[in-house]
Ligand binder design. Structure first.
Ligand code: HEC
Length: 139
């Protein structure tokens, strides 16, 4: 009886481990695609190290918005652009961020997954479904 119980527990642990591993792989693949989007569309302003340009372009590395759970705000910046010149983590930035509304839900999820997990950032991944849901509510 005890042996059956132990076997069942081991099998369940293996299944849990395997599914965690495959979801980690999906996240890694998304971040890798997001890096390509970043290099093509974001790096010119936010720089390879995510540090931005003082007084011009906000840094993404260490940004509280990038690391926050408010995904709606992040999706909106990309789809609508961002030129509010509001204080961001204690600084103002003069440049205007252009809208990138041509990016697909998947590309936006990928680039957000990349910037949220790169440099010193340690926030969770974003899925295409989450982007789709917040995007459909944008005015
Ligand atoms: C032409 C330069 C430029 C490009 C290209 C650009 N950005 Fe920006 N980004 C900015 C500026 C400037 C701000 C701050 C805007 C403000 O203060 O009104 C900003 C702000 C942000 C923020 C908010 C940061 C915070 O801490 O609140 C995020 C997130 C962001 N950009 C992500 C991206 C991503 C992802 C891309 C590529 C798809 C991108 N940006 C492309 C210039 C740019």
């Amino acid at each position: 009886m005890q042996r059956i119980f132990i076997t069942v527990v081991i099998v369940l642990l293996c299944i849990a481990g395997a599914s965690a591993q495959s979801s980690n792989k999906l996240v890694a693949a998304s971040a890798a695609r997001g890096k390509t989007v970043y290099l093509q569309r974001c790096m010119v302003c936010h720089q390879a190290d995510g540090g931005g340009v003082p007084k011009l372009n906000a840094p993404l590395d260490g940004s509280s918005a990038v690391n926050s759970t408010n995904l709606a705000k992040l999706v909106k910046y990309i789809v609508k652009g961002f030129n509010d010149r509001v204080e961001i983590d204690g600084e103002f930035y003069e440049n205007a961020m252009p809208a990138a509304a041509d990016l697909t839900d998947q590309q936006i999820a990928d680039v957000l997954t990349f910037i949220r997990s790169n440099w010193s950032n340690k926030a969770g991944p974003v899925t295409a479904l989450q982007v789709k849901q917040t995007r459909s509510k944008l005015k």
